[in-house]
Structures are given as C-alpha cells and as structure tokens.
Ligand binder design. Structure first.
Ligand code: GLU
Ligand code: MG
Length: 440
C-alpha cells in the first residue's frame, strides 16, 4: 500500500510465519527500508528449528550459515495508532540464501510454487479466506453469551477498533460474531486470491493481537484454551477461479454443486487429509479440538452443509445480489490458528492438484454421524478417523504426507515438531494447554 511507506524513524517489522506458526523476523528502521527490500534481514538457518516455545530443536545447522528474510514490498501494511495500541508496520518476506534464491524450507515460497503448478497444470487459481476464531481476554465471560447482543455490547469498542485496524492492513472485515464459547470472537474477512489468502491470515492474527494488547488484554488463537474447553478453528473457505478470473468450482447441475474439476480437487484433499493433518493442525492441543461432536473435523469426510465434516460444501442462496457461482465455496475445517497459513494452503492445494492429476471421480457426500457407523461400513466408504494425536499425525506425515512438500522442509518440520512434543513430556493437560495458550 502506497501510504504505508515508512518515514525515516518508523519501524517496519519484516518477518514470516515460521514452521512453528509463530510470526518471527526483525524490525527495520524506515531509513533502511529501500535497501532492506533488496538485502533483507539476516536469518541464521538454525532459526528454522525454533519450536513455538522458542527453544531450538536439535539440528545440523548449528551456528553456521546465513539466510535472509527478504521483504516483499507488496505486503507492506501500516495500521494506524488505535486507542492505546501504537502504529504497526508489517511486511512479509521470503527466506532466501545469500545468492537470492528462495530456500526450499521457506513456507511462503513453497505456497507460491504450488499455486504456480495449479495454474500451469490446471488453469486454476484459489480464492478464499481463513475464518479465525479467537479468545479475547477483555470480554468478560457470562453464561449464555453465545451470539448474544449482551456479549457484543461488552466488546463492541474493541470490535470497532479492530475493524479500523484491519482496514489499515488492507483486510476487509465482513461480520463480527460473539462465538459459542466464553470470550470467543470470530471476524470473517473478505476473500482474496492466491498467496494473499495466507498473507492475509498471517497479518490478521497479528493485528488482532496488536489491538487487543492496546486494551491491556490478549487475544489467543490457540485451538484449545482450557482442558476440556470449546475449540477455536481457523477454517479455510475457498473456491477456484479459471484463467479469466471467473468462478470454476460451481456446477448448478451437480448434486453437490461441485464442478468436475472442483470435485477432483476436493477428493484429492480428502484422500490426503490423514497424511497432511500434522501440518494443518500442528500442535498437541490441535488434537483435542479434532474430536467428534465438536463441530471441527474428526474424520476425513466431505459433506454438504455439515459442520462436523472436514470438508464442507457451503450453501448458496438464489436471488441475492451475488450470482450463485460466485457465492459457492468449500470449507476446509481441519485447521486452526496454531498452523502456518502458507503451509496449510500450500499442502491443501498440493493434495487437491494431485486429485486433479489423478482425475479422481467425485466423492459421494457423507451423510450422518460417522460415530454411528460400523468401522467396516466406514472403510467401505473410504472414511477414516483422523490421527488422534500430533505424534500419530506426524508419523503419518513423515511416511506419506512428505511427498507433497520439498524434502528439506519435510525433514525440518518433523524434527522441529518432534522436539516440541518431547518438550511437553511430563506436563499434565492443564500445563500443555496453558503453554500453547501463552504462545498462540
Ligand atoms: N469452534 C468450532 C471449531 O473448533 C467451529 C464452530 C463453527 O462452526 O464456527 O472449529
Ligand atoms: Mg465459527
């Protein structure tokens, strides 16, 4: 954004969401900005191995080597000072080596590559937005709060400031919701295309945290904030566009509304879901959320308008101001705010592209509650329970899912997540939840 250009004494935080889902980088002083757009900020390769708790996993990089986070000037945003929150300037970058080449371990470069393949091979682009749920500590919890005007009244000043701050970051908030759980808020935002879907999610999380801090409060995107509590998801709503930018996912004549190519894409994602869920739901507490009857995703089901499905076909409404083909979208629910949005979108798109390459036939939408089905019946339908722990999900990713990402990235992810799991050994449920809540 042109008006985001920093003055000499403004600071631009140049960073990326790392493999652990944390936004890390360095502040660049405004007078350095033009130079740093080319040069970047120095980044030891070992930083790749930081767990979300800030501890380095064992790694071969050690103290050696130099990478750079090189900002993409198109991502520069400036959020004005709002309330007691100071102004925020942010830019996202790629991890590059000294010769300027993108590092195979860079999550943003990975997503870019997958999106380029999807466009080159299938003529498709993605349009979408992550729909985040988060807890705001400034919203005093009261019984019966869900969706109530009473709850809204208690956080409406924060909501109005947040909408303004998001505008400053180029993100268009659409609705403001007092969600089901105590202190839980959701602010769906307008869809964008391609890389910007993940960039927008990364910036959204930080702007929410920034404005919350201005209130002397915190916002948490942790998937589970209290042992046994309600989960927070970061559902990914998406559709497909053709080369002309027209909608490509909708076919009014098909029973699900899915076009043939969208059905293959979705079947590819469904087939791979158990292999990739370690990436999309990447923390120990993610698996407390992915349980049956929590309106998240416990099985690799695709269903029409069912919030227990991992892949949900969302409704279209005839006779409104937007054509049905433009309204039509699908929802990937097996992800949360502890995940790296670039990796989530990248690996989902890679799985979908595989489905297109393999010309997968449309899945039959699942009907009913998988918990009521005999395991043999589920097997016949190709439905399986998603891994029930990060450890199991990681083993599955290490064996099968890694084929969808560059080898160096897969190795680093598995090693870093293994260290994260090991670091929680001996902690009881309450401590585990509290540790993640403090980070996310
Ligand atoms: N909180 C639920 C989740 O963990 C989602 C509820 C909803 O459908 O918005 O995904
Ligand atoms: Mg919700």
């Amino acid at each position: 954004m042109a008006d985001a250009q920093p003055g000499d004494h403004d600071i631009v935080f140049v960073g990326h969401v790392d493999l652990g889902g944390v936004f890390r980088g360095k502040g660049v002083v405004g007078r350095e900005w033009p130079h740093r757009c080319r040069w970047g900020v120095g980044w030891p390769p070992a930083n790749l191995m930081l767990t979300p708790f800030g501890v380095l996993a064992p790694n071969a990089f050690g103290s050696r080597g130099d990478m750079f986070v090189v900002p993409d000037p198109a991502t520069l945003v400036a959020v004005p000072a709002i309330g007691d929150a100071p102004p925020l300037r942010l830019a996202l970058g790629h991890l590059r080596s000294a010769d300027g080449a993108a590092w195979e371990c860079c999550p943003r470069a990975y997503l870019e590559g997958v999106l380029a393949d999807l466009e080159a091979e299938a003529g498709l682009r993605l349009k979408g937005a992550f729909e985040h749920e988060f807890l705001f500590s400034g919203l005093e919890a009261q019984p019966g709060d869900a969706f109530s005007l009473g709850a809204f009244r208690r956080f409406s000043a924060f909501a109005a400031d947040l909408v303004r701050a998001l505008d400053g970051a180029g993100i268009t908030a659409e609705t403001v919701i007092a969600e089901y759980a105590p202190q839980q808020i959701e602010v769906p935002v307008a869809p964008v295309t391609g890389l910007a879907i993940a960039d927008q999610a990364a910036v959204f999380r930080e702007v929410v945290r920034w404005v919350a801090n201005g209130y002397g409060c915190v916002a948490s995107f942790t998937p589970i904030a209290e042992a046994g509590g309600v989960g927070s998801g970061a559902h990914l709503h998406f559709s497909l566009l053709d080369r002309q930018g027209g909608p490509a996912a909708y076919d009014a004549a098909s029973p699900t509304g899915l076009s043939a190519v969208a059905a293959s894409f979705l079947a590819g994602v469904r087939r791979r879901l158990p292999d990739i869920v370690a990436v999309t739901a990447p923390t120990v507490v993610s698996y407390e959320r992915l349980q049956p009857h929590r309106w998240s995703a416990a099985y690799n089901t695709m269903a029409v308008r069912d919030r227990e499905a991992a892949l949900r076909i969302c409704p279209v409404r005839p006779g409104t101001d937007r054509p049905e083909a433009e309204q039509f979208n699908m929802e990937f629910r097996a992800t949360d705010g502890s995940a790296n949005p670039h990796l989530v979108l990248g690996i989902m798109a890679a799985a979908g592209l595989e489905g297109i390459r393999d010309r997968l036939p449309p899945d039959l939408p699942f009907e009913g509650d998988p918990e009521d089905f005999h395991p043999d019946a589920l097997e016949r339908l190709g439905i399986e329970r998603l891994p029930t722990s990060l450890e199991d999900a990681l083993a599955r990713f290490d064996q099968w899912g890694r084929a969808l990402v560059p080898p160096g990235l897969a190795d680093a992810f598995v090693a870093m997540k293994s260290a994260e799991i090991a670091s929680l050994e001996g902690a009881d449920d309450g401590e585990v939840v509290a540790r993640y809540r403090a980070v996310f």
